[in-house]
Design a protein around this ligand. Structure first.
Ligand code: GRF
Length: 214
């Protein structure tokens, strides 16, 4: 069994998708939020998953917050740290501590559109496709070796809400798959790139979602 600790800040729909996937050899050891009111906390607690809040507002510095957060993560003996809508910027010393064993999901096709307001920026740019990326966490925000990507079309009539919803549905498929590969020991980072061993086809680490499937 591998221990997965999930960090959230809000509703936690990705966290829910990961829990519901019931991945083999995987224990969701804890769900930790930096916001006490994160809706995802109650959802996880109702399913018997240990939950914890490390409220960033209760600390004088980013370092003090991260020390407490790391203590909580390490208490649950995390093999993999999963950032799922976790809205705090992490310092290099924190990201180094979990290097190669922390993942994040970002709702764009990285390296395009790092940061926030991704969907608005995709629409304003007139992109014809959009998507999401699971990547290993490094010191640079929304960078780090790419594990998997999912692609959706952008429609002329899209709003940022409709685009976000289309991408979120793909996130919910992509993230459990990426975590599963990690648990199976199939991911290696070589020269800044992630290699997936025993992949059956080129489609294994990307999802191209045709319009008909939406
Ligand atoms: C997702 O779109 C994720 O890609 C981004 O934040 C959102 C979190 O949603 N990092 P949820 O809390 O998982 O529902």
């Amino acid at each position: 069994m591998k221990n997965v600790v999930i960090l959230i800040s809000g509703r936690g729909s990705n966290m829910q998708a990961i829990v519901k996937a019931r991945l083999p050899n995987t224990r969701i050891a804890a769900v930790i939020s930096n916001r006490p009111k994160a809706a995802g906390l109650a959802w996880a607690a109702a399913r018997g998953i240990p939950t914890l809040t490390v409220d960033h507002n209760a600390f004088d510095s980013r370092e003090a917050f991260e020390d407490k957060l790391a203590e909580a993560i390490d208490h649950f003996d995390a093999d993999l740290l999963v950032l799922a809508g976790f809205m705090r910027i992490l310092t290099p010393s924190f990201t180094q501590r979990y290097e190669g064993r922390a993942m994040n999901i970002h709702p764009s096709l990285l390296p395009a559109f790092t940061g926030i307001h991704t969907h608005q920026r995709v629409l304003a740019t007139g992109c014809k496709i959009a998507g999401c990326t699971v990547h290993f966490v490094t010191a640079e925000l929304d960078h780090g070796p790419i594990v998997a990507q999912g692609v959706v079309p952008v429609a002329d009539e899209d709003t940022s809400d409709s685009l976000a919803a289309r991408i979120l549905a793909v996130e919910h498929r992509l993230y459990p798959a990426a975590i599963r590969w990690f648990i199976e020991g199939r991911l290696s980072i070589i020269g800044g790139k992630v290699l997936l061993s025993n992949a059956h086809s080129i489609d294994d680490s990307s999802f191209i979602v045709p319009t008909a499937e939406l």
